[in-house]
Design a protein around this ligand. Structure first.
Ligand SMILES: [Zn+2]
Length: 372
C-alpha cells in the first residue's frame, strides 16, 4: 500500500487542504477499483466502512491476494467537512458558491466526441485505451481556479481509468439503495445483491453531471455516438451507494458492509479467492424516473406512518403534515406503488419541502431527475 497526498488549491492565505488516497495492489495489472466516501461531507457511514475495508485490503495485500489495484479515498471532501455553522455541520453544498459537491463533473463525451473521430478503430480494447488517454489529457488541460474545482479535478483523475467506481453516500433516513446508469445494470447486480440493497434506481443520465455518471456516462454516450462504426465497451461501471441514513454509523454494521464490498472485489476478481455466493436480490431495479418524491402541501409537523423499507401501495397515506394553528391535518399519499426507500430526518416541513421517496416501477418523470 502506498499513500498519495494531493494538495487542493489554497482558497485563502495560510490555508491548505489535501486529499489522501490509499493505493493497494499492483498498478496496471488486472482491474482497477476506486472507492470514495462522504463526497457530501455530512454523510459518514461510508467513511467508517472504508476504514474497515482498508484493513481487509491491507491483509489481502500482505497475503498476496490482490490481482488488481484498489484505490480508496475515505475522506473525499475535506472542504465540506470543515463547514460548520452554529454547531451544525453543513455538507452537500459548498458554502462560498452554493454548488452541490456532487454536481458539475466533467461531461467527457461532449468534450471528446469530435476529437475522437479520426482516432478510433475496429478493436474495442484499443478504443478503450485511446478514450482513457483522451480523458486524461482533457482533464489535465483543465485549469480550475477554485478549491472546489481542484477537488473535482483530483477525484475525477483518481477514478478516471478505473473499471469500477463506487461512490459511498447516504440519505437522511433510508434503507440501503444504489443508483447507477442503465447500461451498468448487469455489472451492478452482484454489488446490489451482496449489499442487500432494497432499491436500485437506474437512469441513462440523470441530468446532474454527478461524479458516478461522469465516469460511466462517457462510455455509453460515445458508444451511441459511434454506433455501427467503432466498438466501444462500457469500460467503467460506476454506482452511487447510499449506505442507509446519516445516523446509521454503527461499527458492526459498517464491518459487515465492508465485508460485502470485499466479497464484491472477490466477485470481480480483483481479490483472489472463491467467488462468494450471491444472496438473492432484495429488490427489482426500478427507473429513477419512476421514483416519486412526496412534498409538503403546507408547513407543519410531519408525522410518518411508514418507515424506510416499507412497501407502499398507490393511494396509501405515507405521512400527515399537521398545522397546529389551524388544526389542519393533511394526508400525504403516494401515487405510485413501491418501496419507501428514503425520508427526511427533520420533522418540521416547510411548504413544498421534499419529504420522502418511493421507488415506483413505471417511469413518469422526465428531464432533471435528481434533488438539489
Ligand atoms: Zn450524498
Amino acid at each position: 500500500m502506498h499513500i498519495q497526498r494531493h494538495p487542493l488549491i489554497s482558497p485563502s492565505l495560510g490555508t491548505q487542504r489535501e486529499l489522501l488516497s490509499f493505493h493497494y495492489g499492483p498498478r496496471g495489472r488486472g482491474e482497477k477499483v476506486y472507492l470514495q466516501a462522504s463526497l457530501h461531507a455530512d454523510e459518514l457511514p461510508g467513511m467508517l466502512v472504508l476504514h474497515y475495508l482498508k484493513q481487509r485490503l491491507a491483509q489481502a495485500e500482505q497475503a498476496g491476494l490482490l490481482r488488481g489495484e484498489v484505490v480508496v479515498v475515505p475522506v473525499a471532501n475535506p472542504i465540506g467537512l470543515s463547514q460548520n455553522l452554529l454547531q451544525l455541520q453543513l455538507g452537500r453544498f459548498e458554502m462560498s458558491c452554493g454548488e452541490n459537491f456532487n454536481r458539475r463533473y466533467p461531461e467527457f463525451a461532449e468534450w471528446l466526441g469530435d476529437q475522437l473521430e479520426g482516432r478510433l478503430g475496429n478493436d474495442g480494447e484499443t478504443n478503450k485505451r485511446i478514450i482513457r488517454s483522451a480523458m486524461q489529457a482533457a482533464l489535465a488541460a483543465q485549469r480550475p481556479l477554485t478549491e472546489l474545482g481542484s477537488l473535482r479535478q483530483l477525484l475525477t483523475g483518481l477514478a478516471l481509468d478505473a473499471d469500477v467506481v463506487l461512490d459511498l453516500h447516504c440519505d437522511f433516513e433510508a434503507v440501503m439503495h444504489v443508483y447507477c446508469e442503465t447500461p451498468c445494470l448487469d455489472q451492478a447486480e452482484p454489488l446490489y445483491r451482496l449489499l442487500g440493497a432494497e432499491a436500485v434506481l437506474y437512469a441513462k443520465g440523470s441530468g446532474g453531471a454527478s461524479f458516478d455518471e461522469a465516469l460511466s456516462g462517457v462510455w455509453w454516450q460515445l458508444a451511441e455516438r459511434f454506433a455501427g462504426r467503432f466498438p466501444i465497451p462500457q469500460a467503467c461501471f460506476s454506482a452511487t451507494v447510499e449506505l442507509r441514513g446519516q445516523a446509521d454509523v454503527d461499527g458492526a454494521q459498517a464491518q459487515h458492509d465492508a465485508g460485502q464490498l470485499f466479497a464484491y472485489l472477490q466477485a470481480r476478481g480483483v481479490v483472489q479467492g472463491d467467488m462468494p455466493a450471491l444472496p438473492p436480490a432484495r429488490c427489482t431495479p426500478t427507473p429513477l424516473a419512476g421514483s416519486e418524491t412526496l412534498r409538503a402541501p403546507h408547513a407543519g409537523v410531519m408525522v410518518f406512518r411508514h418507515q424506510p423499507g416499507d412497501w407502499i401501495e398507490a393511494g396509501q397515506t405515507v405521512l400527515e403534515v399537521i398545522d397546529p394553528l389551524s388544526d389542519t391535518v393533511s394526508a400525504v399519499k403516494a401515487s405510485v406503488s413501491g418501496r419507501l426507500y428514503a425520508r427526511e430526518n427533520r420533522r418540521y416541513a416547510l411548504q413544498g419541502m421534499d419529504l420522502c421517496r418511493i421507488a415506483g416501477a413505471v417511469a413518469f418523470r422526465t428531464g432533471y431527475l435528481l434533488s438539489a
